[in-house]
Write a protein that binds this ligand. Structure first.
Ligand code: NAD
Length: 452
């Protein structure tokens, strides 16, 4: 079933939400979604949805975000496909009940056995954001289906073309008895959140994350909150700056900086900072040419509100590269800022746009203090060849993920958990972590009635 509320004249009400959730819960109780065969079939169909509609997805995401086709192919299609393939390859093994060794059962009657099994949670709500509007709806959906749940999927209203496409495609490919798409914004999500779900996975900002968690608390519903924040990059003295700049620019300016795990700002020493800024300028030209506005490889800002917010951040520090904007085109040039002070606006909030401030620190210790004085980031990146530096960063800081040498690559490894900590989120998913998130690990003890 698909409830396409943006096109319907009648709004999606709390009663509609209650009816929908009751129906999905009843389907779950029949056991329909529990067999491995049903789960693998849904995953295979979801894979087909992605591969057979690569063009339509690229068109929709381009209409919403001006996202270049190659970026869409990689992030909206290939990444969830890889996630699904990895799950299909391992699902049976992940779901196998785990038996405890006999010595753990000391004191129980002879012949007793014990272990754990994964149970599906029931009916799950997935709320997606606009910045990777297909991936961040479908990758959690894949996890929820792999774990044997019925699902309500709520795409972002700020990516309306992708939302409409998902509402059209999902019922064509997936089991309509078990998966529903509800389109819409605050009103529709509020109606859904009033219902009792068995799990909610929300991706987006922390303000709404708190609304989701409050609503979930009414029903003691567990939540996974995939939030954002300012992800720092430490560039060590002596690192090869051409390599650093190439990898940093690619991660930062992809999707015009609108990526939750994008590098937010750079910490480096005062000697390295200007040379890095110059190398970044060269890397930006290699990626997007002399005029990125004309480059088919460069995206746009999602809407005027975000354009105005990001444009206001350009006044911080001193512009070392870029700085041009075009409001009518929602274009902001890839920009590098030098001499940025920690109290300037660009350092106050998650940038979520193509602006890269460089803040100088005297040494690694000051960089670690700088990071630890702020909210725990979704990701921390560092470019260094020094093992002791890597050890200190790993041991003395806390972040959702930690990446040395290649920013954003950790989320392409499906066997790694993806999630935040503190202000950057709660819980994780991807691969086996999606199964753990969307299942209950049930303890089971079997004691024979007669001694054996
Ligand atoms: P968004 O505005 O699309 O909101 C996300 C979802 O919340 C949407 O489905 C929207 O309908 C819903 N929503 C909005 N207001 C609501 C309300 N008052 N009540 C209930 N639901 C509501 O996306 P966004 O929040 O602008 O996304 C950007 C943020 O998301 C950034 O902070 C970014 O870092 C973060 N993010 C995190 C991840 C991650 O995986 N950790 C991924 C992408 C984005």
């Amino acid at each position: 079933m698909s409830t396409s509320t943006t096109q319907d004249v009648t709004p999606f009400t709390a009663e509609d939400a209650a009816e929908l959730v009751a129906r999905l819960r009843a389907v779950h109780r029949t056991g329909r979604t529990r067999p491995l065969a049903w789960r693998t079939e849904q995953l295979t169909r979801l894979r087909a949805l992605l591969t057979e509609n690569r063009e339509a997805i690229a068109d929709a995401v381009h209409a919403d975000l001006g996202k270049p086709r190659a970026e869409s192919d990689a992030a909206e299609v290939a990444l969830p496909v890889r996630e699904i393939d990895h799950t299909l390859a391992h699902l049976e093994q992940w779901l196998a009940p785990q038996a405890l060794p006999a010595e753990e059962l000391a004191g129980l009657p002879a012949g007793s056995t014990a272990g754990t099994q994964y149970d599906p949670l029931g009916t799950v709500l997935v709320i997606a954001p606009w910045n990777y509007p297909a991936q961040l709806l479908l990758a959690p959906l894949a996890g929820a289906l792999a774990a044997g749940n019925t699902v309500v999927a709520k795409p972002s209203e700020l990516a309306p073309a992708t939302s409409a496409l998902m509402a059209r495609l999902i019922p064509r490919y997936l089991d309509t008895e078990a998966v529903a798409v509800v389109e819409g914004g605050v009103a529709e999500t509020t109606a859904l959140l009033a219902q009792r779900f068995d799990h909610i996975l929300y991706t987006g900002n922390g303000t709404v994350g708190r609304i989701v968690m409050r609503a979930a608390a009414e029903h003691l519903t567990p939540v996974t909150l995939e939030l954002g924040g300012k992800s720092p990059v430490f560039v060590d003295r002596g690192a090869d700056l051409e390599t650093v700049a190439g990898r940093l620019a690619d991660a930062k300016f992809r999707n015009a900086g609108q990526t939750c795990v994008a590098p937010d700002y750079v910490l480096t020493d005062p000697d390295t900072a200007p040379a890095l800024a110059e190398a970044l300028g060269r890397a930006i030209e290699r990626l997007f040419g002399a005029d990125p506005q004309r480059s088919p490889a460069y995206g746009r800002i999602v809407n005027q509100r975000h354009f105005d917010r990001i444009a206001a951040l350009l006044d911080s520090g001193r512009t070392a590269h870029g700085g041009r904007t075009d409001r009518a085109d929602r274009y902001i040039e890839p920009t590098v800022l030098l001499d940025v002070r920690p109290d300037e606006p660009v350092m106050g909030e998650e940038i979520f746009g193509p602006v890269l401030p460089i803040v100088t620190v005297a040494d690694l210790g000051e960089a670690i203090d700088f990071i630890n004085d702020r909210d725990k980031p979704l990701a921390l990146y560092a470019f260094t060849e020094d093992e002791a530096t890597r050890r200190r960063l790993a041991a003395e800081t806390s972040s959702g993920g930690l990446g040395f040498g290649l920013p954003m690559a950790h989320l392409r490894v499906p066997a790694l958990p993806f999630g935040g900590v503190g202000e950057s989120g709660l819980g994780s998913y991807h691969g086996p972590y999606s199964i753990a998130t969307f299942s209950h690990r049930k303890a089971r003890l079997d004691v024979p009635l007669a001694p054996r």
